[in-house]
Design a protein around this ligand. Structure first.
Ligand code: UD1
Length: 366
């Protein structure tokens, strides 16, 4: 039997692929795990393999960081060779990072079926590199695994074949539910001297927020105001760390009372941090979903989201990047005036199984 290739590349891919890898493995299917190396630091990559129970990748491309064109091209060149050598029955990609589109494009040109996990999400903002990756990957995928009905609608509107769309739910939530018990053993609150329920967690890494000095400065202003009222934990992404140095923001950040800048956290410690936050402020995609699943208020520092269900059903509020709008929503939350939210349908921990069954059925038919 020809192998199934599972592709991972950047941090958000690992928690999406771990449960699927395990399901397919438990069905004795031949698997090849390919890591492109888009993310490579121990705390952006290796730690997730250990904690999520993913095996060491069978093939590591080691492309590293570069411009979009260079990074995507290097992944494509390496991945084409992998496909030539291994003749996979299907290639499974996840999410919206450069590794996703690069490997989908190679496979589709080689007439190898592509399955896209987390298909159909749209921010309708073509300035986001991820939106381009999402649209193009969906267009050339044979199986479109969607997390929620809004994604199905987007795909239908774009002319996708109905039979290729499979509403399976949110696979990130599989990982969350599989690990939330283990996360209870985390010592992070002791280490950081935090009282559960009485601190804010912040993550920030979108180019639109951190690459522009004036925008980033306005966001830090909001942190300066909020930091006077509640301790803040800021696990800082390497891109953001580079930008803090470039714009000389270290002094401002150091002067915020009770503001702890820490390195990017592993999966379990980070889950423990979110679960007991009073509020999460973020521009991440996945975190909007994780906070909804855990019922924690989320302030999204972006002008749009590709995950609208976290707003219509969950705990998420989109506020943009302006100081006053970020602070205004914090004031609501500090007075417990935030919305409470529900857990969306099919965010039940069984998405990997639904995806796995669909893949097996597809391979039997083709
Ligand atoms: C990428 C994804 C983004 C995702 C994010 C999660 C694309 C287009 N973007 O953005 O969708 O939300 O990952 O983290 O695929 N760096 C390190 N160590 C690493 C990785 C990166 O130091 O292990 C630094 C490098 O300086 C690099 C910068 O971070 O230039 C940005 O990394 P890159 O993968 O290009 O984009 P992200 O901002 O991480």
């Amino acid at each position: 039997m020809k192998p199934i290739i599972i592709v991972v590349g950047a941090r958000p891919n690992f928690m999406k692929m771990a449960p699927l890898y395990r399901y397919l493995e438990s069905n004795n299917l031949p698997l090849i795990l390919v890591h492109t190396g888009q993310h490579y630091d121990k705390n952006m990559s290796g730690v997730f393999f250990d904690e999520l129970g993913l095996p060491k990748p069978d093939i590591y491309l080691g492309v590293g960081s570069a411009s979009h064109a260079k990074q995507t091209a290097q992944i494509m060149v390496g991945f084409e060779e992998i496909c030539e050598e291994n003749e996979p029955s299907i290639v499974v990609v996840a999410g919206d990072v450069n590794s996703t589109i690069a490997c989908a494009l190679v496979s589709s040109k080689m007439n190898i079926p592509v399955a896209h996990v987390e298909a159909g999400l749209r921010s309708f903002d073509m300035e986001m590199p991820e939106e381009i990756n999402r649209i193009l990957t969906d267009r050339i995928s044979n199986l479109l695994f969607t997390p929620s009905l809004d994604a199905d609608k987007n795909l239908i509107n774009e002319g996708a074949k109905k039979s290729s769309i499979k509403l399976v739910g949110n696979i990130m939530i599989d990982s969350l539910l599989n690990n939330i018990e283990r996360a209870k053993k985390s010592r992070i609150h002791n280490e950081l001297n935090l009282v559960k329920g009485e601190y804010a967690t912040i993550t920030l890494h979108r180019p639109s927020n951190v690459d522009y000095e004036d925008v980033f400065s306005g966001i830090i202003k909001a942190f300066e105001i909020i930091g006077n009222e509640i301790p803040i934990i800021f696990p800082v992404h390497p891109r953001t760390s580079n930008m803090i140095s470039k714009y000389g923001f270290e002094d401002r950040i150091n002067q915020i009372p009770n503001f702890q800048v820490i390195k990017p956290q592993g999966y379990l410690d980070f889950l423990a941090l979110i679960k007991h936050s009073k509020v999460v402020l973020t521009d991440s995609g996945g975190l909007q979903e994780e906070t909804t699943a855990l019922g924690i208020p989320c302030i999204t520092i972006r002008k749009n989201t590709e995950r609208p269900i976290t707003v219509t059903e969950g705990t998420n509020t989109i506020v943009g990047s302006k100081t006053e709008n970020i602070v205004k929503e914090w004031v609501n939350i500090s007075k417990n005036k935030n919305k409470k939210g529900n857990i969306p349908e099919l965010w039940d921990g069984k998405t990997a199984e639904r995806i796995g069954r669909n893949i097996i059925e597809y391979l039997e038919k083709h």
